[in-house]
Ligand binder design. Structure first.
Ligand SMILES: [Zn+2]
Length: 357
């Protein structure tokens, strides 16, 4: 879903001054190196001020809102801390570089300096670990909430009273998580149904050849590869047990609007559908097609302008299955192409025909 568009990335309430105790998350961090343990000079006044505010502002409302406020507060605190530690590292490195390098003085200062730098870097890395943990907790709160209608209502009711910026951020993040939950549920359900597709005769099923290697579905420019990315508009994902704040789940191929999108291999159309939010707006993959292939493989084609197939239909490699578009989280015409195997997302590149990788 590259070129994906939304108000902002999955940033939630980052940086917004909602209260709660930043220490709430420290217990989840590695080895108890909480953000408060390695304070070096210059920051204590600022921190004290912040803690003073945090002690006064306690979250009110339903538990889901309290959890969210608490984790957002941790995130904001850790972000500040990270910025502070980066500055300290830079300043120290600059100061070290500015020192006259002529007199190799007593042996003592140099190891001390490098020790100090190593400590600064260690502290920064510890904070970064905590920060990523906090982001993962935030994401799981949104996923859990998106899966539970009652929790969702409670959260939306709680943010009713908050500033518009907070409401927008929560709405946005809930929408991202809800879209992911909905799409994955639809894909999983469709794959379950594969065995039940009765419209295909045994002969037809035999016609589905392996069809590998897969071919690219669109003659276009690769605009984004598969994998973890810094691209802020990609949503978060837990991939092979690791949390990524931004992860691109397929390949993006761009070409002029309405270019034909073709089946990457022989298969059966499992889903030919649209991802829409409660207001009927396209979200996520927009119009998309999911095709099942032999041996547990499936391919997905997102952001289509038009869908040209229907569920249960047999398709052959190279058949047009729709027209390339920009529906859902997309800023311009492209196809978002995924290859999955038994539900797991794969990096498509190794499965493509040589010359297409
Ligand atoms: Zn994409």
């Amino acid at each position: 879903m590259a070129l994906t568009l939304g108000p902002v990335a999955f940033v939630g309430l980052l940086g917004l001054s909602v209260g709660a105790n930043p220490a709430a998350l420290v217990g989840e961090g590695p080895g108890g190196t909480g953000p408060g343990t390695s304070r070096s000079g210059g920051s204590s006044a600022q921190s004290a001020g912040r803690e003073g505010i945090l002690a006064v502002v306690l979250p009110q409302g339903p538990p889901v809102w309290q959890r969210l406020v608490s984790v957002e507060s941790s995130i904001a605190f850790l972000q500040d801390r990270l910025a502070q530690q980066e500055t300290e590292i830079q300043q120290f490195a600059l100061a070290a570089a500015a020192m006259p390098n002529s007199p190799a003085p007593a042996a003592a200062p140099e190891p001390a300096a490098s020790d100090h730098l190593a400590q600064l870097i260690d502290s920064r890395d510890s904070t970064n670990q905590l920060y990523r943990t906090a982001l993962r907790v935030e994401y799981s709160i949104y996923l859990d909430t998106a899966r539970d209608q009652t929790e969702q209502q409670a959260l939306l009711a709680a943010v009713e009273q908050e500033a518009a910026s907070i409401r927008d951020a929560v709405d946005y993040d809930l929408n991202v998580a809800g879209t992911q939950v909905g799409q994955e549920a639809a894909i999983a359900a469709a794959q379950q149904k594969l065995q039940e597709l009765t419209s295909l005769s045994a002969t037809q099923l035999q016609q589905i050849k392996a069809g590998q290697p897969f071919m690219l579905p669109l003659a276009g420019t690769l605009t984004q590869p598969f994998g973890a990315t810094d691209f802020g508009l990609e949503p978060p994902l837990v991939y092979h047990g690791v949390f990524y704040p931004h992860f691109h789940t397929g390949l993006d191929l761009a070409a002029p609007l309405d270019a034909p999108v073709r089946a990457a291999a022989d298969g059966v159309v499992l889903l030919a559908t649209s991802s829409v939010d409660s207001q009927g707006h396209y979200v996520g993959y927009g119009n998309y097609v999911l095709i099942a292939h032999p041996d547990g493989f499936a391919t997905l084609y997102g952001h289509l302008d038009r869908i040209g197939v229907s569920a249960g239909q047999l398709v052959h490699q190279g058949d047009a299955i729709g027209l390339e578009g920009s529906t859902g989280w997309s800023t311009g015409p492209h196809v978002h192409f995924e290859i999955r195997h038994k539900g797991e997302l794969l990096d498509p590149a190794p499965y493509l025909a040589p010359g297409q990788r």
